[in-house]
Each structure stands twice: as structure tokens, then as C-alpha cells.
Design a binder for this molecule. Structure first.
Ligand code: AMP
Ligand code: GLY
Length: 432
């Protein structure tokens, strides 16, 4: 078996690591693998967005399964190109990926089929957005409709902030083309959870629910990032809530996509809010979440590979279950100083070798690079994911933090409170 992983961040390192556990004798390839992935996969020097180049390469090599990590190649139609040539790829078509690449599309679809989500309006003109925001009043959430690397949603506690956010997107081109359409949403109160559903377009197998921490600062403060840490499983995801997610959210959305002639085959990620009125959708993504994949995948003991192969070949996963071990995983993301704003790159990283030998700790690389003279250096905003594994959340957190503290680079920035809503529920309650 020959498996190609498209992408080279923390999520793709975790995917590669997990698939290698499922199929130790398979040959693995990855597009421009980061230094953590490099020992596990042969390098393919193609950009993840070079969809034609990837298809040519995969066809020439006889690749049995291609797994796409990031959203941009999917939005650009990598799955369509592969499917047209009969090449098995795990990931949705560009038209199904609109569930992530156009928030306006996702919101309209949910409204049409009655999937619970925040009340909203979409705007392309600043004057219309302005009038609506003045009338609706804060709190509001203003979102760039297109892809913005997790940074395009601005939670506004005052009407002035909301006006400023919408004006910057519609009038000043903040987020470029992605912000040329803006979604203005009602602010939802509640705790968030992320659920991954592997789907063949009709049936869905839910993986272990997790919780991301999107804000840069401790106690969930400051601007949104791509995600500063995650843990799984989460007490919030009771069996009743999982049933609710499957019946009221995943299945109606999959059915609506299939009826619109764009069945979703791949990984549907639902970002949900547990509100007093039940679960509501915050967003959908068309791929595994990052940093959630780094905790959900290592806990899986049912073979991920079988599910991905079945979906990639256009088969059915009816009745398939995903089983997970009874432990807990917690991921602390080590970021560059300044992230999610501007930051410097090229800072040397030291990872004590004993960390790599521990069976209760995993270090997944994201923004790292091997420099000829300096060795391992920082090369992105989110640099490393340090995953602690343990019998419970306390132990998983302590292990993850031990690793986070032991790894060194100048400007290292991380949250030491990942999992706080479960570990310190009283302070979470005070926050609402
Ligand atoms: P999104 O890019 O849509 O996932 O939004 C990023 C983050 O902004 C979410 O994970 C939430 O923390 C927050 N957020 C987005 N929409 C809402 C909403 N309607 N109400 C409250 N918080 C929101
Ligand atoms: N963790 C959020 C995302 O992957 O979009």
C-alpha cells in the first residue's frame, strides 16, 4: 500500500503518525514534510495547492490512498481532479467543501434544512452591513465568509467594534477576497466542542469529541488563532449530545448536500456550541481540525485507515464504529511570540531527546524547518504540538506541560490552562 499525505502541519504529522500505526508496512509519502514528518515519509516536492501536479504524481506512482489535510487544496478541487482520474482520495469535492470555504453557503444551507445555528445576515455592501449592525446592536460576531486561517471571525462586545470589523472587511479589504462577503451573526453563549465525522456522503462515523482553545490568551482571552490547544475526550459530550449532533446536525446537512448534487465524502468537522437551547453550529470545516486531530487520532484504537480507504474508494461505511482507548490526550501548542499577529522565524529549537522516548508524550511538528547551520528552527506561527497522554485529564495536562516547558526556543508562547473548563469548572461557570 502507498499512502500520500497532502500538507505538512501538526495535523498532517498526527495523521501520518496514526496511519503508520495502522499500516506499519505501507510506504508513506508527504508533500514537503516538516522535520517531524520527514523520518516517517518520503518527500514529494509539490505544493499542496498544485492539484494537477499531485494527480500526475499520484497516478505515476500508483498511490493507493491520498489523504488531504488542509482546506485550501480541497476548495481548489483536488478531490475532483483525483476522482475524475479514478485515483482514491479522502476529502470532499470543491462544491461540497463550500461548507467551509463559504460561510454564507453554510449558513444558507443550515437555514434551509433547519439545522440550529446563530441567527445571521450576509452582506457584500458596507452601507447595508452598517445599517443592520446599528439596528441589531452588540454583542455580535462579524465573519469573513471565505477562508481566513481561523482568524476571520471577530467577536464584538460593542456595536462600534462590530462596525469597525465589518468596515475593515468590506471597505478596506481586510482578509482580501475572503472578506468581500461578510456574515454578521448573533452572539451565542455556551461552551464549544468539536466533533469529527468520517462520512461517505450518507452515513457518518463520529470520532471522539474534543475541545479547541481558539483565543491566544489564558482564560480564553485575546484574539482568535488557528487553535492553541485541545483535549479529548470531553465531559461536555454526553451520549445524548452526541445523538443530538448526529441526528439534528450531521445527517440533515449530509442529506441536504447530497440532494444538492454535492455529496460530502471525507471528514466533516462540526464546531458546536452547547447553548441553553441545545447544540448550535458555530462553523463547519471540510477536513480534520488542527489542533484537535493531534489529540483525537492518537486515542483511536479502531483502524482509521479502513474508514479512510472505504470513503476514498467511493464505498459505504454504513454501521462502521470508531473505537478509542479509555485514556485522555491534551495538546499544548507552542507558538511564536507575536502570533496570531506578525512574528519572527528562524529561531533555533531545542527538544530534549528524552521527550521523544516517552510513551506518554508526543511532539508533533507544525511550523518548523531544518536549517543547514542552525539545525531545527521555527518557521511558522504555531511551531509544535506537545501532546500528553494519561489515564485522566490532570495527568494528560501535567505531561503536556512538562514537555512544553522542556522544549526551548526564543519567544516560545503557550497557554498553560488547556482543559481549564473541565478542570476548573467553577471559574468556567463564572465566565458564563
Ligand atoms: P469560526 O471561525 O466561525 O469558527 O469562529 C471562530 C471562533 O469565534 C469560534 O470558535 C467561537 O469561539 C467564536 N464564535 C464564532 N461565532 C460565534 C457566535 N455566533 N457566537 C459566539 N462565539 C462565536
Ligand atoms: N481548530 C480549528 C480548525 O481546525 O479550524
Amino acid at each position: 500500500m502507498k499512502i500520500l499525505i497532502v500538507g505538512n502541519g501538526g495535523r498532517e504529522h498526527a495523521l501520518l503518525w496514526q496511519l503508520k500505526r495502522d499500516a506499519p508496512s505501507a510506504r508513506f509519502y508527504a508533500t514537503r514534510p516538516n522535520p517531524g514528518m520527514a523520518p516517517l515519509a518520503e518527500a514529494v516536492d509539490l505544493a499542496p495547492t498544485d492539484v494537477e501536479g499531485l494527480a500526475n504524481w499520484a497516478e505515476g506512482q500508483g498511490i493507493t490512498l491520498t489523504v488531504v489535510g488542509p482546506e485550501i487544496p480541497l476548495a481548489r478541487g483536488v478531490a475532483d481532479v483525483f476522482r475524475k482520474r479514478g485515483l482514491p482520495l479522502f476529502g470532499p469535492s470543491a462544491s461540497a467543501a463550500r461548507i467551509e470555504s463559504s460561510k454564507a453557503f453554510a449558513k444558507d444551507l443550515m437555514k434551509r434544512v433547519g439545522v440550529p445555528t446563530a441567527a445571521y445576515r450576509c452582506f457584500r455592501r458596507w452601507s447595508e452591513a452598517e445599517a443592520y449592525i446599528q439596528e441589531a446592536g452588540a454583542p455580535l460576531v462579524v465573519k469573513a465568509s471565505g477562508l481566513a486561517a481561523g482568524k476571520g471571525a471577530i467577536v464584538c462586545s460593542t456595536t462600534e467594534e462590530a462596525l469597525e470589523a465589518a468596515r475593515s472587511m468590506l471597505d478596506e479589504g481586510a482578509f482580501g477576497e475572503a472578506g468581500s462577503e461578510v456574515v454578521v451573526e448573533e452572539f451565542m453563549q455556551g461552551e464549544e466542542l468539536s466533533i469529527f465525522g468520517v462520512t461517505d456522503g450518507r452515513h457518518v462515523t463520529l470520532l471522539l469529541p474534543s475541545q479547541d482553545h481558539k483565543r491566544i490568551g489564558e482564560g480564553d482571552t485575546g484574539p482568535n488563532t488557528g487553535g492553541m490547544g485541545a483535549y479529548a475526550p470531553i465531559p461536555l459530550a454526553t451520549p445524548d449530545r452526541l445523538d443530538e449532533a448526529r441526528e439534528r446536525i450531521f445527517l440533515p446537512v449530509l442529506d441536504a448536500l447530497e440532494r444538492s448534487a454535492c455529496p460530502f465524502r471525507g471528514l466533516l468537522y462540526a464546531g458546536l456550541m452547547a447553548t441553553d437551547e441545545g447544540l448550535k453550529v458555530v462553523e463547519f470545516n471540510c477536513r480534520f481540525g488542527d489542533p484537535e486531530a493531534q489529540v483525537v487520532l492518537p486515542l483511536m484504537d479502531g483502524p482509521l485507515l479502513e474508514l479512510l480507504v472505504a470513503v476514498a474508494r467511493g464505498g459505504s461505511i454504513a454501521g462502521a464504529e470508531a473505537s478509542s482507548s479509555s485514556g485522555t490526550a491534551l495538546n499544548t501548542v507552542l507558538a511564536s511570540e507575536g502570533y496570531p499577529g506578525s512574528y519572527e522565524k528562524g529561531r533555533p529549537i531545542t527538544i530534549p531527546p528524552e521527550l521523544e522516548e516517552r510513551s506518554d508524550l508526543l511532539v508533533f511538528h507544525a511550523g518548523t524547518r531544518m536549517d543547514e547551520s542552525e539545525g531545527l528552527v521555527t518557521a511558522g506561527g504555531r511551531v509544535l504540538s506537545v501532546v500528553g497522554l494519561g489515564p485522566d485529564l490532570e495527568r494528560a495536562r501535567a505531561t503536556s506541560l512538562e514537555g512544553a516547558e522542556a522544549i526551548q526556543f526564543q519567544g516560545k508562547t503557550f497557554r498553560s490552562d488547556i482543559g481549564w473548563r473541565a478542570l476548573e469548572p467553577e471559574s468556567a461557570g463564572a465566565d458564563g
